[in-house]
Design a protein around this ligand. Sequence first.
Ligand SMILES: Nc1ncnc2c1ncn2[C@@H]1O[C@H](COP(=O)(O)OP(=O)(O)OP(=O)(O)O)[C@@H](O)[C@H]1O
Ligand SMILES: [Mg+2]
Length: 364
Amino acid sequence: MQLTAESVKKSLSRVQDPDLKKDLVTLGMIQGIHIEGNKVSFKVVLTTPACPLKEVIKNNCIEALEQDHGTDWTWDIFMTSQVTTIRDAGPILPEVKNIIAIASGKGGVGKSTTAVNLAVALAQLGAKVGLVDADISGPSVPTMFNVEGEQPTVKKVGEKNIIVPILQYGVKLMSIGFLTPTDSAVVWRGPMASSALRQFIVDVEWGELDYLLIDLPPGTSDIHLTMVQTVPVTGAVIVTTPQKVALADANKGLSMFRQPQINVPILGVVENMAYFTPEELPENKYYIFGKEGGKKLAEKYEVPFLGEIPIIQSIRESGDTGYPAVLKTGPTKDAYMDLAESVARQVAIRNASVEKTSVVEVKA
Ligand SMILES: Nc1ncnc2c1ncn2[C@@H]1O[C@H](COP(=O)(O)OP(=O)(O)OP(=O)(O)O)[C@@H](O)[C@H]1O
Ligand SMILES: [Mg+2]
């Protein structure tokens, strides 16, 4: 077969993305085919940063090309990525590709810890990441990022005041904690809380983001409703711990997102504090609260299981000292990096398969 850009495309149309279950040409992933002498170069644009399937896909490309064109060619394949979006570039956060809510039913299961480490992990994979601390009454993001007491600046853009987020560990941050003194007893309630939250998400100079994470308060309150009424949420990550009580509440959290008037897809379940492991003996795992509760919950709701995070003293200490555990090399970092890959993958799968997200219409 004569080798042309068209014949290269034809060969590559037999290579599937294993997650998205479509071929690379149909997915628009093959770009810039260039033939010079016996060298054929092109780009494969994957949909997740640092895709774990990168090598497999590259090898499958070479295999398909060699089947049709033999082995006399040099294949110069540049593997790159561009996070996908299914959002319309509407007036709200037009440059934010994916909005991910981190939720649970029960309080204290580690939503904020998970959100913080996940945000940093995604940034380490090369993504552009923002994090909103939507816990109006007990913001914890400023402490967990060691930026307590910092004050975001406000810019005037036209008639509007725009807040410039705080940048730390490669993540753009917004929290009501930046705007109120740490020990103040400001209690935000009802409509005021909702309008404050709206401002923290919408009137912020996020710039271009691949993922904007929203760390929600516990439970199923007004705040949750405000959020889906304010921004088109790509999906929710549900955090649970293995105990029965936490799992029962996680059920409620999951059901909330599935209510017809909310209708936010679930990207998956994370089991936090899944097992205890002594830091010096990471291969010893003690499932003190029971095993695989999160996995079973995911199975029950037919949603992906995103991973297990162990209970480790240094995760707690890292949160308290403002230096997220994922920044230190070791098994904890690996667990969070794996989680970030799973989440990015589920976002890509959702974007390739589901209809566009929209803001929930609220009837007056
Ligand atoms: N995997 C873990 N290992 C050890 N400690 C953890 C782990 N996950 C969370 N923690 C600790 O548990 C406590 C509660 O975690 P966190 O604040 O993240 O929970 P939360 O679900 O956000 O709580 P809230 O519902 O109040 O917002 C914190 O002290 C945190 O450091
Ligand atoms: Mg929290």
